[in-house]
Design a protein around this ligand. Structure first.
Ligand SMILES: NC(=O)c1ccc[n+]([C@@H]2O[C@H](COP(=O)([O-])OP(=O)(O)OC[C@H]3O[C@@H](n4cnc5c(N)ncnc54)[C@H](O)[C@@H]3O)[C@@H](O)[C@H]2O)c1
Ligand SMILES: [Zn+2]
Length: 342
C-alpha cells in the first residue's frame, strides 16, 4: 500500500490522503475497526465484490438523498447495527455520499470517525476534500451541515471506469473552477485536451486529479473554517447553488452556469477581459457543460438571499481579476440582478 500523505489542519484534525491505491488495500487500513459503509445503489450495483460481507447502508442515488430524512433513516440503521463511539463510517461514492456520510458521522453520538472513498471525478477533486458536509433543506443547498475533516481519503481511480459520461463533465466543472481561481495552466491543459483524452490517458488524469486535490488541501489548510481564502473555492457556486435545486441541475452543470455569470460580473466590475469570458465559455462547452439555463431572475434572487456568504444587502461574490486569479468582492443584490437580467 502506498504511503499516506498526512495533512494537519489548524483545528488539530488530520486527514490521511492515500492516492493511487487499489481498493483491496482498504481492508488493511480498516483492520480491526467496527466499520459501516455508506454508498448509493449505483456503486453498490457496479461493485458487488467490494461490499461483499461488509456492513453496508445503500442509499438511493442522487441529490434528493442529501436530506434530513436520510439522516434520520441512517441513524435508525446505525442503531440497528449497534454502532457506537468506536464505530467507523466509510462513505463510498460521489459528493452526495461524502456530504451525507460526513454529516452523520459529525452528529451521531456527537461524532464518530469517518473516511471517504470518492468514486466520482467530482468527489476525487473536490467533494471528499476539506471537511464540509451537510444536507439540503427545502431547495436550499447545504443549509444544514458542519465542517469536520475525514480521517482518510482513499483514491482508487479504477472506480472511474463505470462513471457515466455526464458525471465526467460534472467533475470537469470543478477542475475548470480550480483553473479559473488558482492556476491558468490547468485551463490551458484542458483547452488542449478533452474528456476522451483524459479517459484514455490514466496518467494525465491522475496528474490533474492530484493537482486539484493538492490545491484544495492547501487552501483548506490555510483557512479551514472559511474566514477568508477558502471562499475563493465558491467561484461559480453563488449563483450555481441558487439554481441547482430550483432547476434540478446537477451540481457540475449549475456551477458551470454560475461560473459564466461570475465571469460576466468580473468583466463588468474587475475588468476581466472579454476574451477571457469567451475562452471560459468555449472551454465549458468543450467539456459538455451548459453555459446558461432558462431561469426566472426573481426565483434566483430569492434563493440568493439564503446564501451563506450574504451580509445584509451584499454577498461576498467571487470574481476573477484574470484567468487564474480570483478575489472576494462584496457585491450588492442590485448588481447581481443586473447581470442576471442582462
Ligand atoms: N463538501 C464539499 O466540499 C463539496 C464540494 C463539491 C460538491 N459537493 C456536493 O457533491 C454533490 C455532487 O457530487 P457528485 O457529482 O459526485 O454527485 P453524486 O454523488 O450524486 O454522484 C453522481 C452520480 O454518479 C454516480 N456515480 C458515482 N460514482 C460512480 C462510479 N464510480 N460508477 C458509476 N456511477 C457512479 C452516482 O451514483 C450518481 O448517480 C453535490 O451535492 C454537491 O453539493 C460537496
Ligand atoms: Zn462544487
Amino acid at each position: 500500500m502506498h504511503a499516506a500523505h498526512r495533512t494537519l489542519f489548524p483545528t488539530g484534525e488530520t486527514t490521511d490522503f492515500y492516492f493511487n491505491q487499489h481498493w483491496s488495500d482498504l481492508d488493511l487500513l480498516l483492520k480491526n475497526k467496527n466499520v459501516i459503509f455508506i454508498t448509493d445503489e449505483n456503486i453498490f450495483k457496479n461493485y458487488p465484490s467490494f461490499f461483499h460481507q461488509k456492513n453496508t447502508l445503500v442509499l438511493p442515488a442522487g441529490e434528493t438523498s442529501k436530506s434530513m430524512e436520510t439522516v434520520v433513516n441512517i441513524t435508525k440503521d446505525l442503531i440497528a447495527f449497534e454502532a457506537d463511539k468506536t464505530s467507523f463510517l466509510v462513505g463510498v461514492g460521489g459528493g452526495v455520499i461524502s456530504d451525507i456520510t460526513g454529516f452523520v458521522a459529525a452528529v451521531y453520538m456527537r461524532g464518530i470517525a469517518v473516511g471517504f472513498v470518492p468514486t466520482s471525478l467530482l468527489g476525487m477533486v473536490d467533494a471528499a476534500i476539506g471537511g464540509k458536509n451537510g444536507v439540503n433543506f427545502q431547495t436550499y443547498k447545504n443549509s444544514i451541515g458542519t465542517i469536520r475533516q475525514p480521517d482518510f481519503i482513499f483514491y482508487d481511480y479504477q472506480f472511474l471506469a463505470t462513471l457515466p459520461d455526464e458525471e465526467w463533465s460534472n467533475g470537469f466543472a470543478e477542475i475548470i473552477k480550480y483553473g479559473c481561481i488558482l492556476d491558468k495552466n490547468i485551463l490551458d491543459d484542458l483547452s488542449q485536451h478533452s474528456i476522451a483524452f483524459f479517459k484514455q490517458q490514466p496518467q494525465a488524469l491522475q496528474r490533474i486529479i492530484t493537482q486539484c486535490a493538492l490545491l484544495k488541501i492547501k487552501i483548506v489548510q490555510e483557512d479551514t473554517l472559511e474566514k477568508d481564502k477558502r471562499k475563493l473555492l465558491n467561484f461559480g457556486h453563488t449563483v450555481g447553488h441558487a439554481i441547482e435545486n430550483t432547476y434540478q441541475l446537477s451540481h457540475g452543470k449549475a456551477v458551470a452556469i454560475g461560473m459564466i455569470i461570475a465571469a460576466k460580473l468580473s468583466e463588468k466590475y474587475t475588468a476581466l477581459p472579454t476574451d477571457a469570458v469567451l475562452f471560459l465559455k468555449t472551454l465549458i462547452e468543450k467539456y459538455k457543460l451548459p453555459t446558461t439555463v432558462n431561469y426566472a431572475t426573481n426565483e434566483v434572487m430569492q434563493a440568493l438571499k439564503m446564501d451563506k456568504k450574504r451580509k445584509n444587502n451584499f454577498i461576498d461574490f467571487i470574481v476573477l481579476q484574470t484567468l487564474g486569479k480570483a478575489e472576494i468582492r462584496p457585491t450588492s443584490f442590485d448588481e447581481i440582478e443586473q447581470i442576471l437580467t442582462a
